[in-house]
Every structure is written in structure tokens, then in C-alpha cells.
Design a protein. Structure first.
Length: 690
């Protein structure tokens, strides 16, 4: 098993009793309608049945006992099975799976308002078989809580991927539109199986060429493949496209020619792709052009594009990831300061897309204070699935717990319990567009994501975008069963590994609120010593601020005052060294090396302890994994084993580098019996993990 099938791994059920039971309970299917989407649903059922149950399901002309009925709302065969109000609640993408009697035949009904709802229902039903969790009386209703559930590919037109660690881009631009790789269908199936309904094909650092006629024809070919799976195509666009492609002298969003250019471009796109999703924009950020170059605001820029797309119901996802290079202005403050004043100024078809934390996808960050701060704007979440700052595709890190931590954080925007999840579900906002994006970790490597466990991060993003309140534990449980095995002896230790893995990585990389101390630019290995950079706030020393007294960035009311971007209850918690959660201590405070932690340790000892624990926990993962050989195929077992070995080596390098480097400031010994780094600091500084 090379991992190509992801979690849609339809391997025959070994338990004979269960196999007989399922084969009896589901002997065929009855389907009304024959759209491309319903055909996809049918194909998936066939594939799953032949794999999981070893049978070919019968295609029935009428409803019989023990069949599966696939029918949308208005099919006469349903004969009032489901109340109209239940259908209303389902919306365009929800579905119902119910054990019912139709014409006195016992059957399983999968129904929805739309064909895509049926396809989602079919995937859910298959999941129940895969995870062996089908009950005798099914009463399932599933409705997605967010409208746009997106992958953001940072794929370049030359096939490379910014921050991609699993090969090159899936999109073979040179072959498209004439040759359409079959793999695109499997990509769409995987997305539909977790409810992902949006894909932004290209890098946010966008090449304007993507909007040329010849590229749009390629994009159309992809959109045609994805359409049956409910997956809409979006593009990242460069703000100066009217200059680069249209030959205009300006890209000023208020200039009539610029407005006309975008309107004509929108018409051209929608003529080719009638259900095109819209644009994603990185503007006035890290050197990208934007409306501020013309003295206009982010809202002016976003609205101009939104205006062009409005007629076709397209949307603009405008990123809030902006910061300047001024070393005096805490980077953490900048997105909030730039966007909060614009609340209420964006058109209805604009979403402001905000990274989960105020800096940049660190192993741990507090939630971005923009969540909850813009009640009159549609806000969407941006998580990173690709492990830019978390060991690339070489470290086993289950990111669902990171996502969950952010989503469960309490903003206090409307009093206690105003979680980030509630905010992005639009519960407190007058604007009703909602969404979540994940920066993709998918490439053309055979197993899609590089590390076999990195597949679980793609999976989690889909599950949390469907319902941001899903627990990581249940996501991990389903994923393990679908991907590997239903054997408890396997599930229990693997789930434990997954659920602890992110904290383990935080421990050996950036404990206690440290952040952005990775190697310069690559962001892979350790680089706490990085003190020269193209921009002052790209230096590690800017972030950790270690000196002879202590370490950490003072963002309290007497420091940069970033704490005051949060609602008072949160602000006060972060502001006091006593109440600030210790896992964010050095994010908000500059703390003395001798500061007494809750454990009774000094800060220095505690920090060392975290670094050492991180390594120990990787070693524990290794020994757990090594006991599991008999449960899965050799190919995936060995791959994970080898990657865990690498992770262990890199964790040791991280630990030794950071402890030795910070020791040059604390001048304190590594506590107790902890193993001493084998090499001096200079060795680690010269070492480059490639
Ligand atoms: C940072 C990446 C950079 C991206 C940028 C972004 O280092 O490659 O272009 O984010 O999100 O994490 O735009």
C-alpha cells in the first residue's frame, strides 16, 4: 500500500460476522436521476462495496428490502418520508441518512435537496462502513456549518510549490487543457469525501499569467473535472494584472479603466467557467502590489474586485496577512491595526481571510485578535496544512489539535463562550458568508502529502471546515480506521501518538510561547541565533529577545500593548504574568530566567525540561510505532518508521541548538541528570538541515 488511496482505502472487512451483516443489510441500491454528480455517487458506492464488502451491489429498478435509496427531495418514491422543514434545514449541501420503510420495504435512505448533498451522504455512509460504525437504526443529519471550505494551493505555474514538501504541483499546466490527468478525479473525490468545496489553484504570490486566455482554458478543464464533486475553482490574482496583462498605466482600484478591465476579465472567466468561485488576494503584503500603492485602502481594492464578480455570485477572499518591515512596530499588532478600522466597509461578497494567529503559522500562537473584532465583515479562517514551520513532511504532527485549540479559544466578543468557532460560523455577525481555508500540503508524490500521517491534516481541515466543533479525537479515530485499521490494538496507541504529536513538536521547537526561531527563510531546522535578515522582523532575535535578564517579547500594556487588541477578559489574562497561560508566556512577557513557574522550577529549568521532554516524546512515538508492525502493510509501516527516526534526530538537533544558544544568555546549567549535548553550539550553528 503506497498510500495513494488516502482515507478512501476500501480494504475488505476481515471480521466475517460483520461482513455478512453488512452484505445482508445493503444488497443493492436504487437511484433516481442521472446527473454527473449522481454518477459519481454511484461509482463511489460501487467502488466501496467491491472493496470493503467484496461484492458488486445490485442496481435495482424498484425498492426492495435491504436496499439503499438515493433520492433528492422531490422524487415521488420518497412519498413524504422526510418533513419539508427537515429539508429546509439541510440547505444546499446537507444530507439525511435514515433507516426507513418505503412501501413496507426496509431500506436505508440517503436524501438531500441537491445531488451534491447525496454525494456527501454517500461518502458519509461509506465512512460508517469503513469505520464499522453502522447502527441498525440510522438517523443522521449533517449540515455544513461553513459555506466555503477551501484548499489554498501555493502552486506556481512552473510546477514548483511554495512551502510544498510532497513533490511538485498536481496541475500539469503544460499538458492542460488537452490532456487531463486521471489523478484530478481522485483529488476531487478525496475533497468531496470530507466536504471540501473550494480549491484555489495557484499561489497567493500570484503570477498574473494565470488570467491569460490560455491559462483560463486550462483552469476550465480542471473546473470541468471537479464540478461533479461539488468542488469550485478559485484563483489567486495579482493586483497589478491590469498593468501586466492589460497594458494599463495603473491598477488604481478607483480608476474607471481598471474597473472595466476587471469586469471584462470576470466576464471572460465566467463565460468559460459559469460556476467559477472567485478570487483570493494577497495585497500589500511581503512585496505584493495592492491598493495602498495608489493611496487606497484594502476595502477599496477588495470591493472593486467584488464588484466585478458580483453579477456572477463570485466572492473575493482578501487576506489580512499584512505587516511592514518597521522594527519599531510590533509585527503582531499590524494585521489588526490595518483591518479593524475597515470593519463594515467591505461589500457583501468579500471575506477577509485571517491566519489563525497574529504572526505566521507557528507551532503555537494565540488566536488572532481580529476574530471577534470585525462584527460587520465576513471573516474566514486560514490554517496552514503544509508544515512550513513544523518540520516539513518529515515530522509526524497531527495538526487537528492546533486547529481545534484556535477554534475553541474564547474571544469574549459577546461575553464568555464567544469562541473563534462561533465567530467564523457567523453567529455574531451581520454578514453571513462563512469559510475556512487550509494552505494545502498536497503535491504529486505518490502518497500526495509526503508523510503518511500528513494525509490526516488534509482530512482534518475538511472535517473542521464542515463542522468547526468536531473533536480532534473523533477525527483521528475516523482517519485511523479509514486509512489503516479498525483494530483497537492499533487505534489506541496511534491515536495517542497523533493527539500528543503537536505538543511534542512545540516542546522540542518553541516551548512556552517562543516562536519564529526557525532557520532563516527555509524555516526548517533551528535558528534562534538568526540575527541578520532582509527585514528586521524576520530575525529570530526580534522574536525571542533573549538577554542576560531573561527571554520573551513584552507585549503587555507596558510593552508593545498587543494584549489590548483582545477583549478585556482575554487582555487581562494575557497581561498578567500570573494568569498568562504558561504555554504562551514568552509570547506576551519578557521573563526573568529565574522566574518561578507553576511547577516550582525556574523558567530556565522549565524551558530545558520542555526541550528534553520533546525529544523523549518522539522516542516514545518511535517505540509505540515499532510495536505495530503486524497491523499494517510493510510499505507504510517502514516509511513512518524511517521518518520517525529522522524526526528523532532533528528533535535532538533542535533541543541541543536551543538549549546551548539560550544558555549563552541565562548562564545557567542544564538541570540535573539530563543528557548533555554532544557537540558545542558552533557545531549546530553550522549544521544546515536540508
Ligand atoms: C509565509 C510563507 C510565505 C508565504 C506567506 C503568505 O513563508 O512563503 O508567501 O506566508 O502566507 O508563511 O503569504
Amino acid at each position: 500500500n503506497d498510500g495513494y488511496d488516502l482515507w478512501l482505502n476500501y480494504i475488505k472487512i476481515e471480521n466475517k460476522t460483520l461482513l455478512d451483516k453488512y452484505n445482508k443489510a445493503f444488497n443493492g441500491y436504487y437511484i433516481t436521476g442521472n446527473s454527473e454528480t449522481l454518477k459519481a455517487a454511484e461509482n463511489e458506492l460501487k467502488r466501496a462495496f467491491s472493496g470493503l464488502l467484496g461484492t458488486k451491489p445490485k442496481v435495482l429498478n424498484s425498492i426492495t428490502n435491504n436496499c439503499i435509496v438515493l433520492a433528492t427531495k422531490n422524487e415521488s418514491v420518497l412519498n413524504g418520508q422526510i418533513y419539508a422543514k427537515d429539508y429546509e434545514a439541510l440547505g444546499k449541501e446537507g444530507f439525511i441518512i435514515r433507516s426507513v420503510k418505503i412501501n413496507s420495504k426496509t431500506c436505508t435512505l440517503i436524501t438531500a435537496n441537491t445531488d451534491i448533498g447525496i454525494l456527501y451522504g454517500v461518502f458519509h455512509f461509506i465512512k460508517l462502513i469503513q469505520t464499522q460504525q453502522i447502527s441498525n437504526k440510522l438517523t443522521i443529519t449533517e449540515i455544513p456549518k461553513l459555506d466555503i471550505r477551501a484548499l489554498n494551493h501555493w502552486d506556481n505555474l512552473d510546477g514548483s510549490i511554495e512551502r510544498g514538501y510532497a513533490g511538485n504541483s498536481l496541475w500539469k499546466w503544460d499538458e492542460l487543457p488537452n490532456t487531463v490527468d486521471k489523478r484530478y478525479i481522485d483529488y476531487a473525490r478525496a475533497n468531496a469525501s470530507v466536504g471540501i468545496n473550494a480549491t484555489v489553484l495557484n499561489n497567493v504570490n500570484s503570477n498574473p499569467k494565470i488570467l491569460t486566455k490560455s491559462y483560463l482554458e486550462k483552469v476550465k478543464a480542471l473546473a470541468d473535472v471537479f464540478r461533479p464533486y461539488g468542488l469550485k475553482v478559485y484563483l489567486s490574482v495579482s493586483f497589478t494584472s491590469p498593468i501586466k496583462l492589460g497594458g494599463l498605466p495603473t491598477a488604481d482600484p478607483l480608476n474607471p479603466q481598471v474597473i472595466d478591465w476587471w469586469e471584462a476579465k470576470a466576464e471572460e472567466i465566467y463565460t468559460l467557467i459559469p460556476d467559477f468561485g472567485g478570487f483570493l488576494v494577497k495585497a500589500n503584503s511581503e512585496g505584493q502590489p495592492g491598493p495602498q500603492d495608489y493611496g487606497r485602502t484594502h476595502a477599496d481594492g477588495a470591493n472593486m474586485l467584488a464588484q466585478a464578480l458580483e453579477l456572477y455570485k463570485g466572492v473575493v477572499m482578501w487576506r489580512a496577512f499584512v505587516y511592514n518591515s518597521d522594527p519599531e512596530e510590533d509585527r503582531v499588532l499590524q494585521a489588526y491595526n490595518s483591518f479593524k478600522p475597515l470593519d463594515g466597509q467591505f461589500k457583501d461578497n468579500v471575506l477577509v481571510q485571517i491566519k489563525n494567529g497574529p504572526i505566521d503559522f507557528q507551532p503555537r500562537e494565540p488566536f488572532s485578535p481580529l476574530f471577534g473584532a470585525m462584527p460587520n465583515t465576513s471573516l474566514m479562517m486560514e490554517f496552514q496544512i503544509t508544515q512550513e514551520y513544523l518540520g516539513f513532511s518529515n515530522h509526524l504532527v497531527f495538526l487537528s489539535t492546533l486547529y481545534e485549540e484556535t477554534l475553541d479559544s474564547d474571544t469574549y466578543a459577546k461575553g464568555k463562550g464567544s469562541t473563534v468557532a462561533n465567530v467564523i460560523e457567523g453567529k455574531y455577525s451581520s454578514n453571513k458568508l462563512t469559510g475556512m481555508a487550509g494552505v494545502s500540503n498536497i503535491g504529486n508524490s505518490r502518497n500526495w502529502c509526503g508523510h503518511p500521517f500528513a494525509q490526516s491534516n488534509w482530512y482534518s481541515l475538511g472535517r473542521l471546515a464542515w463542522n468547526p466543533e468536531t473533536s480532534s479525537e473523533s477525527i483521528a479515530d475516523d482517519w485511523i480506521r479509514m486509512t489503516f485499521s479498525n483494530d483497537k490494538e492499533f487505534i489506541v496507541p496511534v491515536k495517542k501518538m497523533m493527539l500528543e504529536s503537536r505538543e511534542t513538536t512545540v516542546d522540542y521547537m518553541t516551548p512556552l510561547g517562543l516562536n519564529h526561531i526557525m532557520a532563516y527563510d527555509t524555516h526548517r531546522g533551528p535558528g534562534p541565533w538568526v540575527d541578520t535578515a532582509a527585514q528586521p522582523n524576520w530575525k529570530s532575535t526580534y522574536y525571542h529577545r533573549a538577554d542576560s535578564i531573561g527571554i520573551g517579547f513584552d507585549r503587555t500594556t507596558s510593552g508593545s500593548n498587543a494584549v489590548s487588541q483582545y477583549y478585556p477578559a482575554v487582555r487581562d489574562t494575557f497581561n498578567s504574568i500570573e494568569t498568562c497561560p504558561e504555554n504562551l508566556l514568552l509570547w506576551f512577557h519578557h521573563v526573568s530566567w529565574k522566574h518561578k513557574m507553576k511547577s516550582g522550577n525556574t523558567l530556565w529549568d522549565e524551558m530545558c525540561q520542555h526541550y528534553y521532554n520533546g525529544v523523549d516524546k518522539v522516542r516514545k512515538m518511535q517505540s509505540s510505532w515499532n510495536k505495530l508492525k503486524s497491523f499494517i502493510d510493510d510499505e507504510r509501516f517502514n516509511k513512518v518508521k524511517q521518518l520517525l527516526e529522522e524526526q528523532q534526530e532533528e528533535a535532538v538537533i533542535w533541543r541541543n541548538s536551543c538549549v546551548l544558544y539560550f544558555q549563552t544568555f541565562s548562564k545557567m546549567p542544564i538541570p540535573g541528570e539530563l543528557e548533555r549535548p554532544e557537540m558545542p553550539l558552533s557545531y549546530y550553528i553550522d549544521l544546515k538541515i536540508e
